[in-house]
Design a protein around this ligand. Structure first.
Ligand SMILES: Nc1ncnc2c1ncn2[C@@H]1O[C@H](COP(=O)(O)OP(=O)(O)O)[C@@H](O)[C@H]1O
Ligand SMILES: [Mg+2]
Length: 228
């Protein structure tokens, strides 16, 4: 089943007189539960594609279709509810609230949505991620890999349909980067979450079901990864 699609999706930026086509007429569809890596050189439009697909940014033209519904009809409030409830985000920077414990950070999206935490689910999630013993600690008392695992739990706290990740291992050393990637893959599969992950690292991209390669805002390759 297709969960996310885009048609002629385009994002332009203006710098002085120049137009930069950061994403240039992307036509894509993403299967529910699949792991797609988006790769390409620096400046090729990977982050911009992730941002327009996930409605963090409005496209210049074209459309995104989530679960069969065009997001063109959605106003800003509806888009922010969609992002909060159906999408999870992990970035290179962990973006944890320094004053809150690991568990409080994980609970934030649930609280923001005025919902009751599903304790059993969160327990399972933090167990799989191996962070049960970090939950009462502040981020300053955690390694980078532990902070990113807290950020992954936070991104999954609302049981999203799609997890968008932009260079999630970019700040980590090789070993903890590999651990975090393996966990991202594992939890996505375990909880049936569609994973769309940006990376400039081919070793990371190869672990996906599918690899999209960008150059100058265009999709120049769409191939199967090693997971297939
Ligand atoms: N907010 C912005 N304003 C102007 N140009 C931007 C902005 N964001 C990205 N760009 C430009 O769009 C292109 C794609 O950038 P980006 O999506 O960040 O690439 P990547 O993530 O592959 O490194 C680059 O030329 C970049 O300079
Ligand atoms: Mg980027």
């Amino acid at each position: 089943m297709t969960i996310l699609e885009c048609k002629a999706l385009t994002k332009e930026y203006y710098s002085g007189e120049n137009v930069i086509k950061a994403v240039d007429h992307a036509d894509l569809s993403f299967e529910q539960g699949a792991f797609t890596a988006i790769t390409g050189p620096s400046g090729s439009g990977k982050s911009t594609l992730l941002h327009v697909l996930s409605s963090l940014e409005n496209p210049t033209s074209g459309e995104v279709i989530y679960n069969g519904e065009s997001l063109k009809k959605y106003n800003d409030n509806q888009l922010s509810i969609l992002r909060r409830r159906r999408f999870g985000f992990v970035f290179q920077a962990y973006n944890l609230v320094q004053e809150l414990t690991g568990y409080e950070n994980i609970l934030l999206p649930v609280m923001l949505d005025h919902r009751k935490p599903d304790e059993a689910y969160l327990q399972k999630l933090t167990g799989v991620l191996g962070i049960e013993d970090r939950l009462s600690h502040l981020p300053s008392g955690m390694s980078g890999g532990q902070q990113q695992r807290i950020a992954i739990a936070r991104a999954l706290a609302n049981k999203p349909a799609i997890l968008f990740a932009d260079e999630p291992t970019g700040n980590l050393d090789g070993k903890s980067g590999r651990e975090v990637l393996a966990l991202l893959k594992y939890v996505s599969a375990e909880f049936g979450v569609t994973l769309i992950l940006v990376t400039h690292d081919l070793g990371v991209a190869e672990q996906a079901d599918r690899i999209l390669t960008l150059a100058d805002g265009q999709i120049v390759r769409d191939t199967k990864g090693a997971a297939q």
